[in-house]
Design a protein around this ligand. Structure first.
Ligand SMILES: NC(=O)c1ccc[n+]([C@@H]2O[C@H](COP(=O)([O-])OP(=O)(O)OC[C@H]3O[C@@H](n4cnc5c(N)ncnc54)[C@H](O)[C@@H]3O)[C@@H](O)[C@H]2O)c1
Length: 341
């Protein structure tokens, strides 16, 4: 299989390296309009073929096109590539709005082409373990999901911090919680201190089953924190991505209501038991993601992180932007549209 990669900025060279390492990929053609980025890739990955023309790449011999350019260019490249009968890998966030995501999904379905959205975290050992613990019932009923992703981040020209950082956490949440937890509404607050794009934001997500999720994202924090807590009614889990070894800790902690005869007599008791840190797979996530994309094409099946997963994240991002503009107004999400309440 021949893979073409457009965009060799910060992220693209990682994709070139990982696709070159796939044994079912015979050639990687890497593309950027900037000659210094082509030179950089030539030095780091000499086996890659290079071009400065995305048109030559899209209408050439590649079987699949990987799009690693800024978000506001994803849709045009993706649509062109699908119409040219290429499978596509699109970086997160999938598109700039839900209408674009839906259009791409429709084209791909009609042409039986695969859309892979790079929700890289889904391929990490830590997130796979979180999913396993949620699915096998060890955490019990999931009550809340609380996440912090803050540091001195790179300001993006075309998107705010929500569109830059939250796709990671939202994709993890959607994957771990699964389809049976339906999102009901989103409320978000944020502020732009510098370039008109929010650099700090707080997102709250309400679920139909009373589960609740909160995300704190910030490009302007003096400290780097990448932490998530999943509260279950049996056990609670902490994922600290800044830890090198014990990234996941499972706490046998919880809250129990002892007497319910009358609400005033209800006695809240805390349970604080043992903590353990499960072993997690260390393989580079991007290498597993690239393998999944290639296999999904060869096996003619949907990849684990597909267009619909990309769309589900974009829906929350779009609702968040609407809410931020109205200082936290609750935006209901249903399958067809957004409703302000
Ligand atoms: N999955 C992840 O963990 C992860 C991490 C970082 C970035 N990303 C995503 O990757 C994408 C790119 O981010 P980045 O930080 O690498 O951006 P970047 O700005 O560093 O790089 C983008 C590159 O695209 C090139 N480009 C733009 N238009 C082009 C065109 N018409 N033809 C050829 N090349 C063109 C630019 O010259 C630049 O080199 C974004 O969608 C971002 O959200 C994903």
């Amino acid at each position: 299989m021949i893979v073409g990669i457009i965009g060799l900025g910060y992220w693209g060279p990682n994709l070139v390296r990982n696709f070159l390492a796939q044994d079912k990929v015979s050639k990687v053609i890497a593309c950027d309009t900037l000659s210094e980025r082509l030179k950089f890739v030539k030095t780091k990955c000499p086996a890659a073929e290079l071009t400065n023309s995305s048109e030559d790449l899209i209408y050439g011999k590649a079987d699949a096109i990987v799009i690693a350019t800024p978000v506001d260019t994803h849709f045009d490249f993706a649509k062109k590539a699908l119409l040219a009968n290429k499978h596509i890998w699109v970086e997160k966030p999938f598109t700039s709005n839900t209408a674009q995501a839906e259009e791409l999904i429709e084209i791909a379905e009609k042409k039986n082409l695969k859309i892979f959205v790079d929700h890289t975290f889904i391929y990490t050992g830590a997130v796979k373990k979180m999913k396993e613990l949620a699915d096998n019932g060890e955490l019990g009923k999931i009550l809340y999901f609380d996440s912090v992703r803050i540091n001195l981040g790179i300001f993006q020209k075309d998107i705010n911090v929500v569109w830059d950082l939250a796709p990671h956490d939202l994709s993890i949440m959607n994957y771990v919680l699964g389809e049976h937890h339906k999102i009901a509404a989103v409320s978000a607050n944020g502020i732009a201190n510098y370039n008109g794009k929010e650099n700090i934001a707080h997102l709250s997500i309400y679920f139909e089953d009373n589960c609740f999720a909160h995300f704190h994202i910030n490009w302007t924090s003096p400290v780097k924190i990448r932490k998530m807590i999943i509260g279950g009614d049996k056990k609670m889990l902490v994922f600290d991505d800044m830890e090198n070894y014990e990234k996941i800790k499972v706490y046998n902690s919880g809250v129990e209501m002892k007497s319910m005869e009358s609400i005033h007599e209800a006695l809240v008791q805390y349970r604080t038991g043992d903590m353990y840190s499960p072993k997690i797979i260390q393989t580079e996530a991007l290498s597993l993601a690239a393998k999944e994309f290639v296999d999904s094409i060869l096996e003619n099946r949907q990849p684990l992180t597909n267009g619909t997963d990309g769309l589900n994240v974009v829906k929350i991002l779009e609702a968040s932007n609407k809410s931020i503009k109205k200082r936290g107004k609750v935006i209901e999400i249903n399958s067809k549209s957004f409703v302000e309440v």
